[in-house]
Design a protein around this ligand. Structure first.
Ligand code: ADP
Ligand code: ZN
Ligand code: ZN
Length: 713
């Protein structure tokens, strides 16, 4: 007989304890079981097992054992406990975040997507000349997607299949990556890179902050360190903000390390994730490139963790448990006694502050490998508007674009807004049209002639009358997005090919890869896009980058707005002139004197760091203090606010309580937030835990806890 201590799925957050069940068969810890809890059949997670002679009174048997083997290692067990503490959540919630869907306690599985492929058949069939042409096309391009055949030969495709000249085959859709130029050999390190390597070699473990502008050769250092770890028989984890936006990094890793590489990200279906998970567990995958959730893979023996663009907000999980990937990665590196390299051109203030206090080891690369700095100019949009110039593409930017395009170079234009117009206001009362499910302004999309809510996806046509005042005078447009910009470029530059990359154009599977592939092959001259084009792209023909409304982010009210704006400007500017030809960058901004703009133009991280740190100090903002956000949501507005007030009253300790702040309604839910700000994060966490024990009714409310939040909009 075996007694099992199980964590169970339970909606009440204060229940973070194990419950005892018994099993007649041996069960290993880390597997899922089904148990009866108060008459409900729920999933449990075996935390520990004890052999026993008899079963004490009142202990129930497990109903079934769901997994044959545990994929949770001792290390991950310990990690779940750590994660629960730092995020103030429950153990079971941490396991759920850690495991891929197939073995998640709450098993929800995505459907496998199939696609049809056309394959040539060897048997002889009589064909017309045009059909033969189609057949040869299949033969030449095999394996060929049937949809592509239909596009090229609309009237022949089906006939070929009917005649049996081609066979149609259903295959599971696989994520395909475009092929970029490959760098097979290891490069000889530059003097700068050698010095950085020496500094890293001095310590066999610990946290390193590798700071160097885009193009300074950080990736090359990651790859050299990875090679060393692999040679010692260890595994390597390389974390990136988003897989689709880093095809070139993946290609570089793949061309060096080939089949030892596994790629892990949210776009994989659950079967693929499960397979990768097992590959890592069995030690078959020795190097993994992955996004946030890859930090939970069951490595046997890690020799190196790299976290590229460590400041990126996609490393922070928004939903519960709201963990930061960096904390988890640092914990795991310590567990394995290996190095973790945080790499960035614009480190988070928090990490850089730690590095200059020697909590992390600071390693800096001070030059670009090719020693070329882009030539960055700032254009004031206020001035442009006063002189009657366009505020979309100013004269200066237009002239530069002409020069670069005439020289057969490529141009990237970044505008962090999608859609055509960003708002439509009533001509009579000036109220903007808003989403009926969210308290958010609708954007106008011209291609679909619809109003779209960028928060919930709700779309609608123009109303006949203004919902606010009833006027039928119509609406006027304000602001512009990428769709409008694309049209503007096409109108002004005749014959120039333009590609647009934003959430609207990449929604199709592999949309990113298609667009980036086309641009990489120079099939278009201009790439227009939102912040998703600011990262990681390395195209030798891009010599001009224009950043439109570059300081729009400064209008956000939260304390991270300057840091995020600076980061975006620096990243975008880094896209120009990555090869032999020096690049040019034009920053179109409303406030050319703002230090975030000036320092980005000067590519001066340190100046920005010191300036921003002094503001943070003056305002007692992180990293000088810690924050915990508690966000209550409810279908009823007064309920959300009342609950938040109750939280305010119950929370006690040496910290400030800010709020209650009402957040905009989203997806028909109302939100109320309070913010704790203090010097002692442990005390603040304890206060939040105590709040639920002191006021048990709060455990049943929808309260999201976010320790060190990155999104305070
Ligand atoms: P980062 O990661 O800092 O942006 P990369 O490692 O991508 O920098 O290097 C920038 C460019 O310089 C890349 O095209 C890369 O191939 C090239 N490069 C990096 N290191 C070397 C080197 N030691 N010798 C020659 N070229 C290099
Ligand atoms: Zn009106
Ligand atoms: Zn909405």
């Amino acid at each position: 007989m075996y007694l099992l201590e199980c964590f169970i799925e339970h909606p009440v957050r204060t229940i973070d304890q194990t419950f005892t069940y018994y099993s007649e068969e041996p069960v290993s810890s880390g597997v899922r079981v089904q148990v009866d809890f108060n008459g409900r059949k729920v999933t449990g997670f075996v935390d520990s097992v004890q052999e026993t002679d008899g079963v004490p009174e009142g202990i129930k048997p497990v109903l079934s054992v769901l997994d044959q083997e545990s994929l949770i290692t001792e290390e991950l067990h310990a990690l779940a406990r750590y994660m629960k503490d730092i995020t103030v959540s429950t153990t079971i919630a941490c396991y759920q975040a850690m495991l891929p869907a197939k073995i998640k306690p709450r098993g929800e599985q995505k459907k496998v997507v199939m696609e049809t492929w056309a394959l040539p058949c060897v048997q002889e069939v009589a064909l017309t000349p045009r059909q033969l042409e189609a057949f040869l096309f299949v033969q030449k391009n095999q394996p060929l997607l049937y949809s592509r055949l239909r596009r090229h030969f609309p009237s022949q495709a089906k006939v070929l299949a009917d005649k049996g000249a081609v066979i149609l085959e259903q295959r599971e859709r696989q994520a395909a990556l475009p092929v970029f130029r490959e760098i097979h050999e290891e490069l000889t390190l530059t003097e700068d890179q050698k010095k950085a390597m020496e500094a890293i070699h001095r310590k066999p473990e610990g946290v390193f902050l590798l700071h160097g502008m885009t193009g300074s050769g950080k990736t090359e250092i990651y790859l050299h360190l990875a090679r060393e770890a692999l040679q010692e028989g260890k595994q390597v984890l390389i974390l990136v903000p988003e897989i689709a936006l880093t095809p070139q990094m993946i290609e570089r890793v793949r061309s060096r390390f080939g089949s030892a590489l596994a790629i892990y990200h949210s776009g994989l279906n659950s079967q693929e994730k499960y397979e990768q998970y097992r590959m890592v567990r069995m030690g078959k995958a020795s190097i993994v490139v992955g996004t946030r959730s890859a930090v939970f893979l069951p490595f046997r023996s890690l020799g190196l963790i790299v976290m590229d663009e460590e400041q990126d907000s996609s490393y922070k999980q928004d939903s519960q448990p709201a963990y930061h990937c960096r904390d988890i990665a640092i914990w795991r590196a310590a567990y394995h006694h290996c190095r973790i390299i945080l790499g960035s051109a614009t480190p988070s203030l928090e990490s850089y502050a730690r590095a200059i206090r020697n909590v992390y080891t600071l390693v800096e690369l001070s030059h670009r490998v090719n020693r070329q700095m882009p030539d960055i100019s700032i254009v004031s949009l206020k001035k442009a508007m006063r002189s009657g110039d366009s505020y979309i593409i100013t004269k200066e930017l237009e002239e530069k674009m002409r020069a670069h395009l005439e020289a057969h170079k490529q141009v990237i234009l970044l505008l962090n807004r999608r859609g055509f117009h960003t708002s439509m206001r009533c001509t009579s009362c000036a109220q903007p049209l808003k989403c009926r499910h969210c308290d958010i302004t609708l954007s106008y999309h011209r291609s679909s002639h619809q109003l779209v809510c960028h928060t919930c996806g709700y779309t609608t046509r123009f109303p006949k009358a203004c919902p606010s005042c009833g006027s039928v005078e119509g609406f006027s447009a304000f602001g512009f997005g990428t769709e409008r910009l694309e049209m503007e470029v096409k109108n002004r530059f005749e014959g120039v090919k333009v590609l647009r990359m934003d959430a609207d154009t990449v929604s199709a599977k592999n949309g990113h890869e298609k667009i980036l592939g086309q641009f990489g092959r120079h099939e278009a001259d201009v790439l227009v896009g939102t912040q998703m084009i600011a990262k990681g792209l390395d195209y030798p023909d891009v010599t001009l980058v224009g950043i439109l409304n570059g300081d729009e982010g400064l209008q956000r009210t939260d304390y991270l707005s300057c840091e995020m704006t600076f980061d975006l400007l620096m990243q975008a500017a880094g896209r120009a002139g990555r090869s032999e030809s020096a690049g040019e960058v034009v920053l179109q901004v409303f406030d050319p004197d703002h230090y975030a703009v000036r320092d980005a133009a000067a590519q001066d991280y340190r100046s920005f760091f010191h300036q921003e740190m002094s503001y943070r100090h003056a305002a007692s903002q992180p990293p000088y203090t810690f924050l915990i956000a508690l966000t209550v949501s409810s279908l009823k507005q007064d309920d959300a606010e009342r609950t938040a007030l109750r939280c305010m009253e119950t929370l006690k300790g040496d910290f400030r309580k800010l709020g209650v702040i009402q957040l905009p309604k989203r997806r028909d839910r109302f939100y109320a937030r309070i913010l704790l700000k203090g010097k002692n994060l442990e005390e603040m966490r304890a206060a939040v835990r105590n709040m639920f024990t002191e006021e048990p009714s709060l455990s049943r409310k929808d309260i999201r806890i976010d320790v060190s939040p990155m999104n305070l909009e």
